[in-house]
Design a protein around this ligand. Structure first.
Ligand code: MN3
Length: 204
């Protein structure tokens, strides 16, 4: 069964005005869809891995057919990263935005001092990603850690548990923010769904 694009978990305009409808439509329906299509295209030649799920593909890079390995990893990563990214955002005011509470808040304070210091480190990371990629918060040995991933590399690929992510590809923000990545990151905090983040933190 070919991989399918999952519908966005909220309406396209749900993240307005912080994340605009036009970008979200393009980002989900065109960019995310393209990763799904190219993944299926790459897998079509390789029945031995065609039925494997995303996580399996990302974790078993050494078992992927050499000829299509890069294409499979890039596009499986693209699908996985976007599925994750949509899942940790939500409508501002409806549980999203503001500051975290619960266990993830304690972990952030333990690792970074306080939420403001974490946001500063996050921004430093996000602005430091050269070209296209992602800044993630991951849980490693019970600790909250910021990690950068180039292109469509994923936490799954390095065995890290993903907790939060921001997309730093220009396609994620260029339509509204043009080259102003710092403004995109500032705006994005308003749609972080901390309840979803808490579920990711406590998942294992
Ligand atoms: Mn993207």
């Amino acid at each position: 069964m070919p991989h399918q694009l999952k519908p966005l978990p909220y309406p396209y305009d749900a993240l307005e005005p912080h994340y605009d409808e036009a970008t979200l439509r393009l980002h989900h329906d065109k960019h995310h869809q393209a990763y799904v299509d190219k993944l299926n295209e790459a897998l079509a030649d390789h029945p031995e891995v065609a039925d494997m799920d995303l996580e399996w593909l990302l974790k078993h890079r050494d078992e992927l057919p050499a000829r299509s390995k890069r294409k499979i990893l890039n596009n499986a990563g693209g699908v996985w990263n976007h599925d994750f990214f949509w899942s940790v955002m939500g409508p501002a005011g409806n549980g999203a935005g503001g500051e975290p509470s619960g266990k993830v808040a304690k972990a952030i304070d333990a690792a970074f001092g306080d939420f403001a210091a974490f946001q500063e480190k996050w921004k430093e990371s996000a602005l430091g990603v050269f070209g296209s990629g992602w800044t993630y918060l991951v849980k490693e040995d019970g600790m909250a850690t910021i990690k950068e991933f180039a292109n469509q590399d994923t936490p799954v690929g390095v065995g890290a548990q993903a907790v939060l992510a921001v997309d730093l590809w220009e396609h994620a923000y260029y339509l509204k923010f043009q080259n102003r990545r710092p403004e995109w990151v500032d705006s994005w905090w308003n749609v972080v769904d901390w309840e979803a983040v808490e579920r990711r933190w406590t998942a294992k």
